[in-house]
Structures are given as C-alpha cells and as structure tokens.
Design a protein around this ligand. Structure first.
Ligand code: ADP
Ligand code: MG
Length: 323
C-alpha cells in the first residue's frame, strides 16, 4: 500500500471499532434494513458485516477500494445533512491497506455476484460468485502489517467492548434497521427494525430499561428533539447510559448532557444521572463541521438557544411523572 493510504488508514482505521463503524455506515448508506455484524477477538481476527443493501455493480468493485473513490456526491458541508453517512471515499482504501478484506456483493439487477480480495494492500482478481443481493465484507488480520498500530491496541475484550458500545449506539440511532450483533460466536443482540426505539432499548439494554422510559418529543424553532428519558428509578452514578445523536450521528457533548440532567433533576429532585437517548435534529447550517468527521465533538451555531430547547424538551417529557 502507498504511504498516503497508510496515513489515511491511521485516521479512518484507528482501531477495530472504527473499522466496524465505517463498514456499518456503508451498509446504512446502501439502504440496507438488515445488517449482521460478527466479530472475533475484539475485531482483530475478524470483522464481518453483511447487509441486504443495493450492492456494488461488478465493474465498480475494484475502484470502490481506491482512495477517494466514492459514489456519494456529498461534501464536508453536507456531513450533518441526513442523506448519507460516508462522503470521503477513504474508508475502504484505508481498511484494505491494513487488513485482508474480502468482499462479496451483488446488485438486484445482476445475475451473479462478485467476489474480490485485497490482502493488506495487494489486490486480487474479481471473480463471479452465486450469492444473495447485498454486500458481505470480511475483514481479517487487522493491522498485521502495522506493528506500531497493533501495539497501541488494548486487549481483545476491551476492543470488543468498544465495538459493543458502538453497535448499541448504531442500533439506537436506527430503529428502522434490524441489527444482528454476534461477538466470538455468541449472539449479543438482534433488533427487529420495526422503527420503535423502545423495542431497540429492550433488545440492547433489557426489560428493566424498556419499562422505565418516557418519550421525549419536542419541536421549537426548527429544532426537533425526540427519544426517551429514563424514569428516576432508572438513574445512574455516571453518564455511560446517555446517548445523543445529532442528525443521526452520535456525538459527545457534556453541555447538552448537563442541560438534560438539570431538567431531569429539577423535576424529580434526584442528584443522579438519568438514562436517555436524545435525537436532536437541527438544520445542517446550525452545525459547525470544521471538526474531523471521525470525531464525535460538534460545535453549534447559536448554542445557547439549542441548550434551552433541550431543557424544554426534557422538562416537557418529565411532566409524565409529576404527581
Ligand atoms: P464513502 O462511504 O465515503 O463513499 P467508502 O470507502 O466507505 O467511501 O466506500 C467506497 C464506495 O464503495 C462507496 O461510495 C459505495 O459506492 C461502495 N460501498 C462500500 N460499501 C458498500 C456497501 N456495503 N454496499 C454498497 N456499496 C458499498
Ligand atoms: Mg463509507
């Protein structure tokens, strides 16, 4: 692989969970409503993502693995537009520079599918294969040719933990997609894809959570806030059970979390951290995208107004439990 690919790989494919993220986002962009993710040894030995999306036309398969090959006409400015998750055309080229990547893909129009392998940057020949519509990506021996990267990884169980957190967030962000997640041969969760967030919560967190959530559903000044907040009995000593999405993308923002907590605490007089999943939909121009796309920090134009709206949204939801 050339140097530029290896450098790009360092940004896109930082660790196994970032590879899973890119592959699943591609499956989402392909319109899949069923996505199966299987990992082994924290994703280092194996990451397998199978989707029922639109597939890649056979003649485009080798080019999809080249750097800056993208079929998505987005620019960085569009990142927080809801259309597609990917836009840089860097993921596949980066991943195949540092792993053995095998793809099996078929479009609905094609009679047969295509099978293609890139082994740590070395391309093979594309050949025909009988398969279902959609795409299967198999990533093996990640970072086997990048010892420095390998050394920086944590132990398998920790890397698997990062992937599980990611899969949880992906499932929560897309209740319309059925996610089947398997770790070291064991099924972890399978969501139904019926569009109901509470059903996703049931599958990923369990019944105790699903039974103790209240809907958040609020609109003010072009900003829509939906999701759920946990009842007081479902509160915690830290923020690990809080998830915020902006226009479908997972973000970390302690101010938003604090504002939501404040609305919760003012209503129930409990000092603990609430469980929540908040989907914030803002006009794309409200989001400052001058932050690396792989990063989860986001800046907003007019922050103060957004915080107020979040406060009102949670406060409103809390009326459900006021006595
Ligand atoms: P990007 O997502 O930024 O376009 P990627 O390197 O992730 O770049 O993918 C390159 C291209 O390969 C995509 O634009 C898409 O056309 C195709 N592709 C990748 N994964 C899939 C998939 N699971 N289903 C259909 N097409 C895919
Ligand atoms: Mg992509």
């Amino acid at each position: 692989p050339d140097v530029a690919d290896k450098i790009a790989a360092g940004e896109v494919a930082e660790r196994p969970s970032s590879v899973v993220k890119e592959l699943v986002e591609n499956a989402v962009d392909a319109g899949a409503d069923k996505i199966t993710v299987e990992i082994k040894n924290g994703g280092i030995k194996l990451i397998r993502v199978a989707d029922n999306g639109k597939g890649i036309p056979s003649e485009q398969v080798p080019t999809a693995f080249l750097r800056h090959a993208t079929s998505k006409l987005n620019t960085a400015d569009d990142l927080y537009n809801i259309s597609t998750m990917g836009f840089r055309g860097e993921a596949l080229s980066s991943i195949c520079a540092v792993a053995k990547v095998e793809i099996i893909t078929k479009t609905a129009e094609a009679e047969t599918g295509v099978h293609y392998i890139v082994d740590h940057g070395i391309c093979g020949e594309a050949d025909e294969i009988a398969c279902a519509d959609g795409t299967i990506m198999v990533v093996e021996d990640l970072f086997a040719n990048v010892p420095a990267r390998m050394k920086f990884l944590k132990k398998d169980s920790t890397e698997a933990g990062y992937i599980s957190d990611l899969m949880t967030r992906l499932a929560l962000s897309k209740p319309n997609i059925s996610f089947d997640y398997i770790c070291d041969g064991k099924p972890v969760f399978k969501t139904s894809g019926d569009g109901d967030l509470t059903n996703v919560i049931l599958k990923v967190y369990g019944l105790k959570f699903a039974k103790a959530v209240m809907p958040v559903d609020y609109f003010e000044n072009g900003v829509k806030i939906s999701g759920v907040i946990g009842k007081p009995e479902l509160s915690f000593g830290n923020r690990t059970k809080q998830t915020i999405f902006v226009n479908g993308r997972y973000i970390k923002n302690h101010v938003i979390a604090k504002v939501a907590e404040e609305a919760f605490r003012n209503a129930v007089m409990i000092g603990k951290f609430p469980f929540f999943v908040l989907n914030i939909e803002v006009p794309p121009e409200m989001v400052d995208v001058n932050v690396h796309p792989a990063k989860t920090e986001v800046k907003f134009a007019n922050e103060k107004q957004l915080y107020d709206i979040v406060y009102h949204a949670v406060k409103n939801a809390m009326y459900g439990i006021k006595v």
